[in-house]
Design a protein around this ligand. Structure first.
Ligand code: 3HC
Length: 705
C-alpha cells in the first residue's frame, strides 16, 4: 500500500485514509494511492461501503499547489474523483478541519458527506486565480442549486458545518468523532443496501435556473462587481453557468479546459506566488528552531487616535482585552466613540449583532494613567510621529511594564533602535507597523531592531497571526519596506504634474494598472495636511520629500475630502472628486516658476515613472537586507497598499516585465529629467545584466556584507 494512503476493513466497511501532512494536499502519490485503493475495493465482494477520511489536523486542503505548472502525472484529480463517484458501493466522506478546493471536490465525488461540527468547506481556487478544476463548478450546483454554488465559488469563502448542513452540502454534522460517525453511516447504508447517490446524475436543483436565470445573473453581477482586473471570478461564473446549460460531461470538460488556461496564465502565477510568499514572509532565517513566543493574554495600546483605536479593535475582535492609554479623558472618549461608530457600521450591515458589539467594547478599558499598563503582556505605542515623544514614552514604559512584556512602536518611519535605546531592555523592543484603517488592512510590518530578542520577534509574529494579519518581518531603515518605496513613488507623482500630467491622468493610469485608488485621490482621502505638517515640522525628507503643489493646496486650506477641496473638488453627496481648474492653474504656474516646460504625458510613462522607481528602491531594500526576500516586498505592497494581487506585487511584476526593460527605462527617464536618483539600483542593474530576475535570489543571501 502507498505511504500516504492506507486501507483498513471494519466488517463490511472499508476505511480509506489519506495521511499526507501538513494539509493532506492531493499530490501525485495521494491521487494514485486513493485511485488504487478504490480500484481494489470496487470488486471486493466483502466490502459493501467505503469511508474516505484524512489523518492529522484537517481533511484535504486540495490539489498540491506546488505541482501546478509542472508536467501533469496521472491520474488527474478529476479522473480520480470520477472514479470515486463511479464506485458501485456507497462512499462516505468524513470531513474535519477544512475541506478545500480539490479536497472538497473529492468529497463532492463521494456519495455522502459527514462533517465534524467545527469543519469548514470551501472552494478557494478563485483566490489563486483559478476556478475549481475537478468538477466543483458542475457538482456543487447540482447539490445546492447554481445560485448558492455561485456565492461559494466566486467568493472563495469558507462555509461552516452548520450552514453546510442547512444548504444540503453535508448529510450529517457530528460533535463527536467524525470518522466514527461516517463509519456508522456507512454501516447503515451497507445494512440497508442503499446504493450510491451520484451528483452527476442529478438535475433537480438546476430546473428553476434553467427556466429563469434572472436571479442568477443578478447574483453574478453583484459578486463580480468588485473583481476589477481579475479574470478568475468571471471564469467561475461562466463555469457555473455551464452546469445548467450543458450536459454534465460537457460541463466537466469545459471546466477542465478553463482551469488549464488559467493555471498557465500570468494572473494565477502571480496569485500562487503570493500564497506562498505570504506564508514565507514571517519566517526568520536565523531564528533558532524551537524559539517559543511569550504568552500574550493582555495588550496595552498608547494612543486612542485613528491608529490606536483601529489597532485595539483587532485584539478586541479575537477576545484579547486591551487597556488604552490617552493623555485626557476627552481624548479617550473621542477614541472610544470612534471605535463604537466603526463597530456600529458592521451592526448596520448585519455583520455583527448588538450583543457582540457590547462584548467587543467590554474588552476595551480606557485610562489616563500609564501605570495601568503594569500588567500588560504586549504594549503598542501609537502616538504622534516624533522621536522625542516616543523616547519619552518608552523610557516611562521601561519603568512601568512588567519583566517579559514586549514593548512595540507603531511608528511608520522612525528608528526602532533609537527608540529601544531609551529603555534598559532593548531586546524586548520592536516595531509593529499597522496600516490604516488598522482594523481592516491585513499587513503588519514587524520591525526587527538590532537587539530584538528572537522570542520577542516570535511573539509579535504569533500575535499578528492571532489577529488575522499578515506579518512581514523587516529591518530598520527610514520608512521600512512599504513607506520607503512609497516615497520613491511620491517623488515622481508631483514631478509628473509639473512636467505636464494632471492629477486625474495620474490617478487614472494607476487605477487602470489595478490599484484601488490613484495617489492624488488617496492623498485627498487621507488628508493632505498630515504630510504637510510633518514636512513643516521634520523637514521635506520626512513624508515623501518635496511636495510643492500639495503644500500650496494646504496653505490654501485645501486639505482634501474633509475640507471639500484638495487635488479635486468634492461636492456633497457625490462619490469621488471632480477635477478643479484652479488646481491645474496652480500646477501650470508652479511649473513655470521652476522653469519646467510642460508636455503631453501618456499613461504608459505615468505607470513606468511611478512603479519602476519603487522597484529600484525595492532592490536597494533587498541589498541592504531590510527585506529578507523579494516576495516579502510583494506581500507588503499587496496587503498594505492595494497593489493588484493579480500582478503579484512590485518585484514579481518586475520579473514579469523583465529587469532589462526596467533598467533601460529608468536610465531613459534619468536622462530625460536630468534626475540621477531615477537610475536603477546596483542590484537591479546587476540582475538585468545577467538576464536574471528577483526570483533567482530565492534562498540566497543578498546582503552585500
Ligand atoms: N498545496 C500545497 N501546499 C499547501 C497547500 C496546498 N493546497 N495548502 C497549504 N499548503 C502548505 C502551506 O504552503 C504551508 O507550507 P509551509 O509550512 O511550508 O509554509 C503548509 O501547507 C501549512 O499551511 P498554512 O501555513 O496555510 O496552514 P494553516 O493551518 O494556517 O492553513 C489551510 C491551512 C486553511 C488549509 C491553508 O493552508 C489554505 O488555505 N490552503 C490552500 C487551500 C486552497 O487554496 N486549496 C485549493 C487548491 S487549488 C485546487 O484544489 C485545484 C482543484 O480545483 C483542481
Amino acid at each position: 500500500m502507498s505511504d500516504v494512503v492506507s486501507v483498513r476493513k471494519d466488517g463490511e466497511v472499508a476505511v480509506v485514509t489519506i495521511d499526507n501532512p501538513p494539509v493532506n494536499a492531493l499530490g501525485h502519490a495521494v491521487r494514485s494511492g486513493v485511485y488504487e485503493a478504490m480500484a481494489g475495493l470496487r470488486d471486493d465482494a466483502d466490502v459493501k461501503a467505503v469511508v474516505l477520511a484524512c489523518a492529522g489536523r484537517t481533511f484535504s486542503a486540495g490539489a498540491d499547489i506546488t505541482e501546478f505548472g509542472k508536467p501533469p502525472q496521472p491520474p488527474a484529480l478529476f479522473e480520480l474523483i470520477n472514479a470515486v463517484e463511479d464506485m458501485p458501493k456507497p462512499v462516505v466522506a468524513a470531513m474535519h478541519g477544512t475541506a478545500l478546493g480539490g479536497g472538497f471536490e473529492l468529497a463532492l465525488g463521494c456519495h455522502y458527506r459527514v462533517a465534524d461540527s467545527k469543519a469548514r468547506v470551501g472552494l478557494p481556487e478563485v483566490k489563486l486565480g483559478l476556478l475549481p478544476g475537478a468538477g466543483g463548478t458542475q457538482r456543487l450546483p447540482r447539490l445546492i442549486g447554481p445560485e448558492e454554488a455561485l456565492k461559494i465559488i466566486v467568493s472563495g469563502d469558507f462555509v461552516g458545518a452548520d450552514k453546510a448542513l442547512k444548504l444540503g452540502i453535508v448529510d450529517e454534522v457530528t460533535d463527536g468523532d467524525v470518522n466514527e460517525a461516517a463509519l456508522e453511516l456507512a454501516r447503515r447504508l451497507a445494512a440497508d443496501g442503499t446504493g450510491p447517490v451520484r451528483l452527476s446524475d442529478r438535475d433537480d436543483k438546476l430546473q428553476a435556473v434553467k427556466a429563469d436565470d434572472t436571479a442568477f445573473n443578478e447574483t453574478a453581477g453583484k459578486l463580480t462587481a468588485r473583481a476589477r482586473g481579475l479574470e478568475a471570478p468571471h471564469a467561475c461564473v461562466e463555469a457555473v453557468r455551464w452546469s445548467f446549460e450543458l450536459p454534465f460531461e460537457e460541463g466537466l470538460t469545459k471546466e477542465r479546459e478553463k482551469f488549464m488556461e488559467l493555471v498557465a496564465g500570468d494572473q494565477s502565477k502571480a496569485q500562487r506566488h503570493i500564497f506562498f510568499a505570504e506564508r514565507e514572509a514571517s519566517k526568520v532565517s536565523d531564528m533558532p528552531k524551537g524559539t517559543t513566543p511569550r504568552e500574550v493574554k493582555t495588550v496595552g495600546v498608547i494612543g486612542a487616535g485613528t491608529m490606536g483605536g483601529g489597532i485595539s479593535m483587532n485584539f478586541a475582535n479575537v477576545g484579547i482585552p486591551v487597556t488604552i492609554v490617552e493623555t485626557s479623558q476627552e481624548a479617550l472618549d473621542r477614541g472610544f466613540a470612534t471605535i463604537e461608530k466603526n463597530y456600529r457600521i458592521s451592526v448596520s450591515r448585519g455583520r455583527m449583532s448588538e450583543e457582540e458589539l457590547k462584548v467587543r467594547m467590554s474588552r476595551l478599558t480606557g485610562t489616563t494613567d500609564m501605570s495601568d499598563l503594569a500588567d500588560a503582556d504586549f504594549i503598542i505605542e501609537a502616538v504622534f510621529e516624533e522621536m522625542d515623544i516616543k523616547k519619552d514614552i518608552f523610557g516611562k514604559l521601561d519603568a512601568i511594564a512588567k519583566p517579559g512584556a514586549v514593548l512595540a512602536s507603531n511608528t511608520s518611519y522612525l528608528d526602532i533602535d533609537e527608540i529601544a535605546a531609551a529603555t534598559n531592555r532593548p531586546g524586548s523592543v520592536l516595531g509593529t507597523h499597522f496600516f490604516s484603517p488598522a482594523n481592516v488592512m491585513r499587513l503588519m510590518e514587524i520591525v526587527r531592531g538590532e537587539k530584538t530578542d528572537f522570542d520577542v520577534l516570535a511573539t509579535a509574529i504569533d500575535l499578528g497571526r492571532k489577529i488575522r494579519k499578515v506579518p512581514v518581518v523587516v529591518g530598520v531603515c527610514f520608512g521600512f519596506v512599504g513607506n520607503r518605496m512609497l516615497k520613491a513613488r511620491q517623488l515622481q507623482t508631483e514631478q509628473l504634474l509639473l512636467e505636464g500630467a494632471t492629477p486625474q491622468q495620474v490617478d487614472k493610469a494607476i487605477t487602470d494598472f489595478g490599484f484601488p485608488m490613484g495617489p492624488f485621490a488617496m492623498g485627498d482621502l487621507a488628508g493632505l495636511d498630515i504630510g504637510w505638517r510633518i514636512r513643516k515640522h521634520v523637514g521635506a525628507d520626512a513624508e515623501g520629500g518635496r511636495a510643492e503643489i500639495a503644500d500650496a493646496l494646504c496653505e490654501m486650506g485645501r486639505f482634501g475630502q474633509k475640507t471639500g477641496r484638495g487635488f479635486y473638488i468634492y461636492e456633497k453627496g457625490a462619490r469621488g472628486g471632480t477635477p478643479d481648474p484652479e488646481v491645474e492653474a496652480l500646477i501650470v504656474e508652479t511649473a513655470k516658476r521652476f522653469g519646467i516646460e510642460r508636455r503631453e504625458i501618456g499613461s504608459e510613462e505615468i505607470v513606468e515613472r511611478l512603479i519602476y522607481p519603487m522597484i529600484s528602491e525595492g532592490a536597494k531594500i533587498l541589498e541592504e537586507g531590510i527585506a529578507q526576500r523579494s516576495g516579502d516586498i510583494d506581500v507588503v505592497w499587496i496587503y498594505g497598499y492595494g497593489f493588484p494581487i493579480w500582478r503579484g506585487g512590485p518585484m514579481f511584476y518586475a520579473d514579469q516585465v523583465g529587469l532589462a526593460h526596467i533598467r533601460d527605462r529608468l536610465d531613459f527617464y534619468a536622462e530625460q529629467t536630468g534626475n540621477d536618483a531615477l537610475r536603477p539600483a546596483p542590484l537591479l542593474q546587476k540582475l538585468a545584466d545577467e538576464g536574471a530576475g528577483f526570483a533567482s535570489l530565492a534562498g540566497k543571501k543578498v546582503r552585500a556584507a
